[in-house]
Each structure stands twice: as C-alpha cells, then as structure tokens.
Ligand binder design. Structure first.
Ligand code: 2PG
Ligand code: MG
Length: 423
C-alpha cells in the first residue's frame, strides 16, 4: 500500500490569465503527482461550484479560499489513505464537502485533488496514466473534434455559435487527423486574411469570428475545408457546439448577431435546416440545458443521422445521463472532470453513457493549463473522442502533442470515424 503523506495546493495561472488551483500529492515513499484545475466560461447551472474569493482583487477570481480548504480540511482527511483507492479518495472529498455541489470545498479544489491523486497513483505504479487506467483493456486513440472558429462566450459573444469545429472523418491515424485539421485551420486563416477579417484568435485558439451572421461562419468553414483540398462531409466534416444555454432560457432563444428570436420549435427547425445544408456530423447543446423537451424532440428528428452531444445538459452527472437515456435526449455525452468535481463521478457518468449506448467525448475547458491529463483519460477509458479546442495556443497543443507522442511510441489503434457510430 502506498499512503498519502501530504497534499499541497498552490495558485497557478490558466490560459486566460486567471488564477487556478494546482495540487501536489506526496506519498510516504516520496512519489509525487500533480492535478491542475481547468475553468469553464460557458458553464452548466448544475456543474460543481468553483470557489473564488470574491472582492475586488483579480476581479474576485483568486483561489485563496480553495487553497485554504486544501491545507486545512482536505490534507488532514487524505493523510494515510491508499493512493490506489481513487474511489475512497473521491468519496472523502465528496463527504467532506457535504453540499452535493462542492460549494464548500470548491469544485476547483476537489478536482485538482482528484486529478493529482490519479497522476500520483500512476506514477507510483510506474505506468503512464492511460495504461494505469486501461489495465488489460485494449484501447485506441480518440477521434478529435478541433475548433476552427471560436465564438459565443469565448469570443466576447461576437457570434452566437460557440464552437465551429471539424472532424477529419477521412483520417486513418491521430497524426493524420491533426495534419488534415491544420490544413483546414490555415485555409480558414487565409480566407479571413483575404477578406480583411483576420483579427487574431478566440479563447481556445480558433480564429476570431468576424462574421455578420452565424450562417456566414458556417459557409466560411465549408469554404475553408474546400480550400484545404478536402471534400466537405467526406474527408472533413463539421462539428458544432451551439452552447444554446448561453442565449436560450425558458424556451426562448435570441440570436443576438441577427437580432432574431425563436421558441424551442423554431430553434429546432433552424438547426435541422443547418443539418440539411451543411456537412454536420456532430452538434453539441443544440437546445438549452433547461429545454429537455426540445432536446428530446431534436434527438427524435435528427438523432439517427448525427451525433447530438449534451454538455451543459449532462454536466458529467451519471444520474442525469440515466434520466436522459430513459427519455431519449441526446445520444452522446461530453465528459469534463471539473463539472463533476471528481474523476470517480466522471467515470460513473462515462459508464452510464456506455450502458445507454451513448457516444463519449472527453473534453477540455475554455480556461485550460498545460496539463494533458485529459488525453490519457480519453485513451485510458477508451472514450472514442476528444475535444480540446483549436490548433493554436500552447494549452491546446500540449494536449494534441501528447496524443501524438502516445501514438508514436505505443502500438495503439485509432478510433477514427467509428467513434461517431454511436447508435
Ligand atoms: C464547452 C467548453 C469547451 P467551456 O462548452 O464545451 O468548448 O467551453 O469550458 O467554456 O464550458
Ligand atoms: Mg459545450
């Protein structure tokens, strides 16, 4: 048994320049491991609650309270626990918090501890994290969804759609998927430059969305795929994150860019029209988190043709996945550790998604760090898909490059487009 000796938190900085929590666990045998909390911008209402200090310094976003909780509450409770009993570690975090939402300890404190624990356990076992997680199970590299244009809350709401991404459906390997996507990314950049619309990048590295309508963004993405020499829908397809909870509530949706209003049916119709006109294979949060009837109706209308991903709607919660599967809402689940608060909860949501025959996509947040744990998580769980943001900004490439290293140094297969065959 390898016991925890010490748990230490520190303030580090995320990719948006805000403070976040890093935790380092040290075992009695001297082995250490770290966990780095990411942070969302378009967050689901039911996510684990981040603890921020409030006040005026750093816009109230400092994490001293979360760090204090780590040192005064979490460290004593975890001292002496076996690092290989992740479920017990996560149970202790959950019970110590007691709120059901991590509002007391802080979801940022909890997830950093949970991530540090799994990294420390893998280090203690002398294994890369993916292998520690996979055990004897055969696993394959995930199919990536990669952002070309960033919008919504990640680009000052310049356009309403949040993530305009591509999936290299024609790729036979992870490396090839990255090459194909890079061609599309740079093709998109050239188009924006020619039009005088090149204005840098959004929070996840996708080009800044200087468009006059949401459909202009979609048209430009198709042009970028063609400009890169690919057949849209055959070699490279579109994946969207509408992030509809950001502009929809109580069955009312407002696309600010076009000053147009929709009810739930109208929003469904608009999106179904896009599915007809554009080579879209995956669509995330098409309706708002509180519009379950809309999600059910949309899944009924389009779920046999495209992947319909729930993010804000599921918030990586096993019970919410079970309920949705009974009702027929969505057919794929986005998995983010900090939505759940612990990796054990993420794994429960993952296994309920699998039981329901839902697709699974491990995802980064819009506020990230150089950490590449999610790549190992996607591979080790054999999740099939990975969403990290774009091809630019080092917090994104840290993850893509880690996947390339893993593909290069181990005889691993690649899910490819099969990951989308979720039904
Ligand atoms: C999402 C993520 C990543 P955020 O909505 O899927 O794009 O964004 O981390 O801001 O929730
Ligand atoms: Mg999302």
């Amino acid at each position: 048994m390898s016991r925890i000796k010490n748990v230490r938190g520190r303030r580090i900085w995320d990719s948006r320049g805000w403070p976040t929590v890093e935790v380092e666990i040290r075992l009695e045998n001297g082995i250490t491991g770290r966990g780095l909390a990411p942070a969302g911008a378009s967050c689901g209402t039911h996510e684990a609650v981040e603890l921020r200090d409030g006040g005026t310094s750093l816009a109230g976003r400092d994490v001293q309270k979360a760090l204090r909780n780590i040192h005064t509450l979490i460290a004593p409770a975890l001292a002496g626990i076996d690092i290989h009993d992740q479920q017990q570690i996560d149970r202790i975090l959950t019970e110590l918090d007691g709120s059901g939402t991590f509002s007391r300890l802080g979801g940022n404190a909890a997830v950093a501890c949970s991530m540090a624990a799994i990294n420390t356990a893998a280090a203690d076992a002398g294994l890369p994290l993916w292998k520690y997680l996979a055990g004897d199970q055969t696993v394959a590299l995930p199919l990536p969804q990669i952002q070309i244009f960033g919008g919504g809350a990640h680009a000052g709401r310049r356009i309403d759609i949040q993530d305009l991404m591509v999936i290299a459906t024609g790729a036979d390997s992870f490396q090839q998927a990255l090459v194909m996507t890079a061609e599309v990314y740079h093709s998109a950049g050239r188009i924006m430059k020619q039009r005088g619309q090149l204005n840098g990048v959004a929070d996840e590295g996708g080009w800044w969305p200087a468009f006059s309508s949401n459909e202009e963004a979609l048209d430009t993405l198709v042009k970028a795929i063609e400009g890169a020499g690919f057949v849209p829908g055959e070699e490279v397809a579109i994946a969207l994150d509408i992030a509809a909870s950001e502009f929809g509530k109580n069955g009312h949706y407002r696309l600010a860019l076009e000053s147009s209003d929709y009810d739930s049916d109208g929003m469904c119709e608009l999106l179904l029209g896009w599915l007809e006109r554009y080579p879209i294979v995956s669509i995330e949060d098409p309706l708002a988190e509180d519009d379950e009837q809309g999600l059910i109706a949309f899944t009924k209308a389009a779920g046999s043709r495209v992947q319909i991903v729930g993010d804000d709607y599921f918030v990586t919660n096993a019970q919410r996945v079970i309920t949705a599967a009974e009702k027929g809402a969505c057919n794929a689940v986005l998995l983010k550790a900090n939505q759940a608060g612990t990796l054990s909860e993420l794994r429960q949501a993952f296994s309920e998604a699998k039981k329901a025959g839902y697709g699974t996509i491990v995802s980064a947040r819009s506020g990230e760090t150089e950490d590449h744990l999610i790549v190992h998580l996607a591979l080790g769980l054999n999740a099939g898909q990975l969403k990290v943001g774009s091809m630019a900004r080092s917090e994104r490439t840290a993850k893509w490059n880690e996947a390339i290293r893993l593909e290069d140094s181990h005889p691993l297969g690649f899910f490819g487009v099969n990951a989308l065959n979720h039904q």
